[in-house]
Design a protein around this ligand. Structure first.
Ligand SMILES: Cc1cc2nc3c(=O)[nH]c(=O)nc-3n(C[C@H](O)[C@H](O)[C@H](O)COP(=O)(O)OP(=O)(O)OC[C@H]3O[C@@H](n4cnc5c(N)ncnc54)[C@H](O)[C@@H]3O)c2cc1C
Length: 263
């Protein structure tokens, strides 16, 4: 049995107090589904954890109908996202992906922010959020930055966050017609995820889970040579979910079928 080391706990309802507390030794903590096991294994050893779940601003889902955008707080759980009427209405592919994350325990405690900031490659949300054109708001006590998902997640288990920064929200334009997300999953996390936005003249393809971080390309519809080059050039992981050749073959078949049908 894993024993957790002794650790302090910082709790506040106020975002400025939370921001003042976070640093290299004081790790932000939301659902704990990744952080707690990592601490149990000795991979993370913060002196204290800083609870984000009491800050109301981090738990909101807001719709700006005029701008056609939804803003999701970093401490929103997968379950709240998938059940939220605004998410279901304006971001149906994201809501459906959130409803299929992990298991019931992970969905009811794990959060959007924890998923992105842990940057585990075998994830659904980063892929779908990149495909949707989400931007991430990142804050420290000193200021605020806005990043694309590809600027936030920079590698496997690696983000561009400074130790004193937290992700506060992600903002997304309403989903466009022609979007879909499909995943291959035989273990508890996805093996391969593919988000598509297909229109008459454009194919936007985002691949996740099998890559170090979600990877996106936009092609003219019908550009099969470009599609082949993209699939051939992807660096796919070699892990317990299968070798790269297997993942490439599944990806190619899925894209040929889906885009062939759309053409
Ligand atoms: C069994 C299992 C199955 C899973 N299956 C899937 C799946 O199918 N698809 C999928 O996409 N994901 C899956 N996941 C991942 C899951 O989505 C994440 O574990 C969860 O969202 C993490 O959120 P959390 O709030 O628990 O993060 P925590 O564990 O609280 O934090 C994770 C990390 O992020 C940091 N952090 C948290 N919030 C912030 C913030 N706002 N700003 C800065 N840093 C922050 C913490 O310091 C920590 O380093 C699975 C996880 C498990 C355990």
């Amino acid at each position: 049995m894993t024993t957790l080391p002794e650790v302090g706990l910082v709790r506040s309802d106020e975002l400025p107090e939370v921001l003042a507390a976070v640093d290299y030794d004081h790790a932000p903590y939301a659902g704990g589904t990744e952080l707690v096991p990592a601490m149990g294994l000795g991979l993370r050893r913060p002196a204290a954890i800083v609870d984000l779940k009491r800050v109301e601003a981090l738990k909101r889902i807001d719709v700006d109908a005029e701008a056609g955008a939804v803003t999701i707080g970093a401490a929103v759980t997968h379950r709240r996202l998938s059940d939220h009427p605004a998410a279901r209405a304006h971001l149906p592919t994201l809501a459906a992906a959130a409803s299929r994350v992990g298991n019931a325990r992970v969905r009811s405690t794990g959060t959007v922010g924890g998923n992105l900031c842990f940057a585990e490659p075998r994830s659904d949300l980063g892929c779908v959020l990149l495909a949707l054109g989400a931007t991430a708001e990142v804050r420290s006590g000193l200021g605020v930055r806005t990043l694309g998902i590809d600027e936030l997640i920079v590698g496997a288990f690696e983000t561009s966050l400074e130790p004193d920064e937290i992700l506060t929200t992600v903002t997304l334009p309403f989903e466009r017609p022609g979007m879909s997300y499909w995943k291959l999953q035989s273990h508890e996390r996805p093996t391969l995820g593919v988000a598509l936005v297909v229109t008459e003249d454009r194919w936007e393809i985002t691949v996740g889970a099998a890559t170090e971080r979600p990877t996106r390309i936009a092609l003219a519809a019908g550009d099969t040579a470009g599609l082949d080059a993209f699939v051939d050039g992807l660096e796919l992981s070699d892990d317990m979910t299968g070798p790269p050749d297997y993942k490439r073959s599944v990806l190619r078949t899925h894209l040929e079928r889906t885009l062939g049908a759309a053409r």
